[in-house]
Design a protein around this ligand. Structure first.
Ligand code: DGY
Length: 326
C-alpha cells in the first residue's frame, strides 16, 4: 500500500502541473470535460490530503467534511469565490490561489473586449461572413474612439492597474475607484481616484476588475447604467454577478448605454435562452481571461506548488488564509 499522500485534481490541468504533483503524491485526476458533481468530489476526496479545485467547483464546509484528512485546497484561479474560506479556516484547511501570473493575460483580454465593442469588430466579422460587404460606405459600422477617451476602472488591484497601463498608451484619461486610494499606483499610472458614482458619470468605458463578495454583488445595476449614459460601454472580466444581468439587458436594449463586452456572466455558461444573446451591442466570450498557453502553464505550476506545500506541511507560496495554519 502506498504511503504517499493522496490528492484529487478536479480537471486535466496542463501537464506541467500534473508532473509536479505526480512526484510527491498519488493523484486522482478527473478526466472529463464537464466538472465532477459535488457528490462525486466528496466521494473522491474521502481519503485525500489535498484537493486541486477549479472555479467551477463549489468547495464548502460540507464538502471539506467529506475529507477528514484534508490539509489544502489549491484553486486553479486567482479568484476564490467558489471556496468558503471561513469554513476552510475553521477546519484548519489552507486555501491557495494563483495571483500575479495571469495579470497581463487577463488585462490583454479585457483590453481586446474594450476594443472589440468600441470598434464593432465582432459585428464586422459577422457582416463579412454573411457576404454583406458590398462597398466602402461612409456610415458603415461606426464605432467610438478609444484614444483620448476616459476609462473608469472599478477595482485597482493588479489587473486594474495593468488596464491603466494599457490605457495610458492610448492617451486616455484614467479614473479608478476602490475601497481605498492607492497613491503609489496613481503616481505610476496617472490615474485619478473617484467615488463610484462620479466615475460612472465621467467614463466612456467602465471596466470591472473587482473581487466578487457581498459588497460587490450587483454593484452595477439599473441605477448605475443611468449614471453611465448613452455613449458609454461596460466591460466585465471579473465575475459575472458583479453586474445585474437583467438590468444590463434592459440598458443595452433601451440604449441606456451603448454597449457591453463580457468575459463572465451571472450564470456560466450563459443559458441558451439568455436574451443578451439576441443583442448586437454586446460581445460575450466564455471566461477566457487567463486563457493563454503560457499563463495556463504558469497557473498549473503555481497551483501544483500550493498543493504540494499544503500536503507536505510547508507554507503555501500563495495562500489566502495563512491563519488556518495556526
Ligand atoms: C481567475 O483566475 O480567477 C480567472 O477567472 C480564471 O483564470
Amino acid at each position: 500500500m502506498s504511503s504517499r499522500p493522496k490528492v484529487f485534481i478536479s480537471r486535466m490541468i496542463p501537464q506541467v502541473g500534473l508532473d509536479m504533483v505526480a512526484e510527491v503524491a498519488e493523484m486522482d485526476v478527473w478526466p472529463e470535460q464537464m466538472p465532477p458533481a459535488k457528490s462525486v468530489i466528496m466521494e473522491r476526496i474521502a481519503d485525500c490530503e489535498g484537493l486541486l479545485s477549479l472555479l467551477t467547483d463549489e468547495v464548502d464546509g460540507a464538502l471539506m467534511d467529506a475529507a477528514p484528512k484534508l490539509k489544502v485546497v489549491s484553486n486553479y484561479a486567482v479568484g476564490f469565490n467558489n471556496i468558503d474560506v471561513d469554513a476552510a479556516t475553521a477546519r484548519g484547511v489552507l486555501v491557495g490561489n494563483t495571483p500575479g501570473v495571469l495579470t497581463g493575460t487577463t488585462a490583454d483580454l479585457a483590453w481586446s473586449l474594450l476594443m472589440s465593442i468600441a470598434r464593432r469588430i465582432v459585428e464586422g466579422d459577422k457582416y463579412v461572413r454573411a457576404r454583406q460587404w458590398k462597398t466602402w460606405e461612409p456610415q458603415l459600422l461606426l464605432g467610438s474612439d478609444v484614444y483620448e477617451a476616459t476609462i473608469g476602472i472599478i477595482g485597482f488591484g493588479r489587473i486594474g492597474q495593468a488596464m491603466a497601463r494599457r490605457a495610458a498608451g492610448f492617451d486616455m484619461r484614467i479614473v479608478y475607484t476602490d475601497i481605498e486610494r492607492n497613491v503609489e499606483a496613481e503616481k505610476e499610472t496617472g490615474a485619478e481616484f473617484m467615488q463610484l458614482d462620479d466615475l460612472l458619470r465621467a467614463s466612456d468605458f467602465v471596466t470591472i476588475h473587482t473581487l466578487l463578495n457581498d459588497d460587490t454583488f450587483h454593484l452595477i445595476g439599473a441605477r448605475e447604467f443611468e449614471l453611465m449614459g448613452p455613449d458609454s460601454y461596460l466591460i466585465n472580466s471579473s465575475r459575472g454577478p458583479v453586474v445585474d444581468e437583467t438590468a444590463l439587458y434592459e440598458a443595452l436594449k433601451n440604449e441606456t448605454i451603448r454597449g457591453a463586452a463580457l468575459d463572465v456572466t451571472e450564470e456560466e455558461p450563459i443559458p441558451d435562452d439568455s436574451p443578451l444573446l439576441e443583442l448586437d451591442n454586446v460581445v460575450i466570450v466564455p471566461h477566457i481571461g487567463s486563457a493563454s498557453r503560457q499563463t495556463r502553464n504558469k497557473m498549473a505550476r503555481m497551483a501544483a506548488a500550493n498543493l504540494i506545500a499544503g500536503i507536505t506541511g510547508e507554507p503555501l507560496p500563495n495562500c489566502v488564509n495563512p491563519e488556518a495554519a495556526s
